[in-house]
Design a binder for this molecule. Structure first.
Ligand SMILES: Nc1ncnc2c1ncn2[C@@H]1O[C@H](COP(=O)(O)OP(=O)(O)O)[C@@H](O)[C@H]1O
Ligand SMILES: [Mg+2]
Length: 438
């Protein structure tokens, strides 16, 4: 009997659907349940063969437990080590290298620093910052958002340098990025499960969370070409990052899908939010993934220590430690950039059939989209209005440069006003959406 554990936050429907689905298919051989833990010993087993993590980004105790579980050979989805190291700015940079369209993005030094960091601590910082050069590169309007965050927290649209400074002055110790704002014609969110199953969801970020209007089911929303490119980019990004459950958001302008958010390892899956169709699709895709992972022999060298703790039987004797160490090093190198992230042609016009044939997994949403689009030949109309909700309510022309990132270390200058919110979702969140999900 194999045991699957779910680690969850406030979300209600998805964990229950998943547990039911796994138990039904498991027929007693595979049993799913909510993880129950208290004090965690450093030297005992964890009691699960596989754990699905929906919340450790907000509960460090869970994250520490999951790393420990991985050490015991438990399959943890998503990989707690990579999730801990990852950030959105790295992802934008990686995406660019992999040929995915990414809006121009600049990482900004923080406005403020933790207690004890003084001007002397910050001698490496260029000061004053060349704001003009940054603005010239990114252009306006732009989006200022955390380099690592979620739930639309601290995401603002800025139209001028003055507005940028005004918002920046409120960001305190957050590390922010400034990103070219894509005045999109279309917007999609895509589930990617097991680095193979992709579901493209037309998504309107201007609609309220739980309005039932954010997620739309419209297989003809994208043209065949755009759908194929989106699916390809989703696979590229997720194979590179190694996430087994994730969403990728694209703002599509003039036929180019710009990936604007693809670090959502605990994506929204609530019935009332995503709707029955997508909820059920995800439940099935994750159930498939669980059974696939449980059936696979555990990859010999998922982590650096694997080669040392679990050397292959053939390797024994004096050379073993060195060989294992070399293998661990190689494994680590291999894991930085996976080999075949671009195994499908990027020019997909007219190659959709090939594409579908080559794809190793089921690209379910795409299949519908492709066949529907092929028959109808239509492209769903884009929205007439760009996403403008992040506009500061009443942008006052701040005339002073922000005093942040200054080697002075001064904490003065941070304004009290909260950053302008990106959207209509307000401060709600399903628990899992915290810092990883929108
Ligand atoms: N570069 C951009 N161009 C246009 N819209 C953007 C851009 N970046 C963010 N947005 C809008 O802001 C929302 C929240 O930003 P996102 O980067 O997804 O952060 P989070 O991780 O908090 O969801 C997005 O869903 C999108 O509607
Ligand atoms: Mg998002």
């Amino acid at each position: 009997m194999k045991k699957v554990g779910l680690l969850v936050g406030r979300e209600r429907t998805f964990p229950v659907s998943l547990i039911e689905s796994i138990n039904e298919r498991g027929g007693g051989e595979v049993v799913a349940e909510f993880v129950k833990i208290g004090g965690v010993r450093h030297d005992a087993g964890v009691g699960y063969d596989l754990i699905i993590d929906r919340i450790s980004h907000e509960v460090p105790f869970y994250r520490a437990f999951l790393k420990r579980a991985a050490l015991e050979g438990c399959v943890v989805i998503n990989n707690p080590f990579w999730w801990s190291s990852d950030d959105k700015f790295f992802n934008f940079s990686l995406g660019t290298k992999l040929g995915v369209a990414i809006p121009k993005t600049v990482l900004l030094p923080q406005k403020n620093y933790i207690e004890g960091i003084t001007g002397e601590s910050l001698r490496n910082l260029e000061f004053p910052l060349d704001w003009q050069a940054i603005a010239d590169y990114v252009g306006f309007p732009a989006i200022i958002k955390p380099f690592d965050g979620g739930g639309w927290k601290n995401v603002s649209r800025v139209n001028t340098l003055e507005e940028l400074w005004e918002v920046y002055d409120t960001t305190d110790t957050l590390c922010m990025t400034l990103q070219e704002m894509i005045d999109w014609d279309q917007f999609v969110r895509c589930y990617c499960i097991g680095q193979q199953d992709v579901m493209i969801m037309p998504y309107d970020p201007r609609k309220g969370y739980l309005s039932g209007e954010q997620y739309v089911q419209d297989p003809t929303y994208l043209t065949t070409e755009t759908a194929a490119r989106v699916a390809q980019d989703v696979l590229t990004l997720n194979r590179a990052l190694g996430y087994d459950i994730n969403t990728v958001e694209f703002a599509i302008k003039d036929g180019i899908p710009y990936a604007i958010d693809f670090m959502n390892p605990a994506p929204d899956a609530e019935l009332a939010s995503v709707g029955e169709f997508y909820h059920n699709w995800l439940t099935k895709a994750v159930t498939d993934l669980v059974f696939r992972r449980l059936a696979e022999p555990r990859p010999a060298q998922t982590y650096r220590w694997d080669a040392l703790l679990n050397p292959s039987p053939a390797q024994s004797g004096a050379g073993q430690t060195l060989t294992a160490a070399a293998a661990a090093a190689q494994s680590a190198a291999d894991n930085v950039i996976p080999q075949s992230v671009r195994d499908l042609p990027s020019n997909v016009v007219g190659t959709v059939t090939d594409f579908l044939g080559q794809a190793t997994g089921v690209v379910s949403g795409l299949v519908n989209a492709v066949s529907e689009a092929a028959t109808s030949g239509t492209q769903a109309g884009g929205q007439s209005e760009p996403a403008v909700q992040y506009a500061p309510e009443s942008p006052k022309a701040a005339t002073k440069r922000p005093r942040a990132a200054a080697p002075s270390g001064s904490k003065k200058g941070a304004t009290k006003s909260a950053p302008k919110r990106a959207a209509t979702k307000g401060s709600k969140k399903s628990a899992d959406e915290g810092s990883s999900e929108a």
